[in-house]
Design a protein around this ligand. Structure first.
Ligand SMILES: [Zn+2]
Length: 98
């Protein structure tokens, strides 16, 4: 029978991996993320010159759980708006066998 602490961990794993929670809590990540936002400003997927969309989420192309060395690599991140980011995370959640 799982302890309350173990149940809590399982619950978090379904929402966000502990590895990611730890990464996103570091000041290094917060500095990196604000720099990417400040440098790129716009969503890299859907923003156009006619219809600019501000990017808010810094998305990893290669998941840090796959390769933590790429977590702070500028070429491995995309600045996305809320809408592009949620479609990206939905896709990842349903992707299998990777
Ligand atoms: Zn977008």
């Amino acid at each position: 029978m799982p302890t309350p602490a173990a149940r809590h961990t399982d619950y978090n794993r379904n929402r966000r991996d502990p590895v990611l929670l730890e990464l996103y809590g570091t000041s290094r990540w917060k500095r990196f993320r604000s720099r990417i936002r400040a440098e790129r400003i716009l969503c890299e997927r859907c923003s156009t010159r006619e219809r600019p969309v501000v990017g808010v989420e810094v998305h990893h192309k290669i998941d840090p759980r796959v390769n933590m060395e790429l977590a702070f690599e500028e070429t491995n991140v995309e600045l996305l708006c809320k809408s592009c980011h949620s479609s990206e995370t939905a896709k990842n959640a349903t992707r299998r066998g990777q």
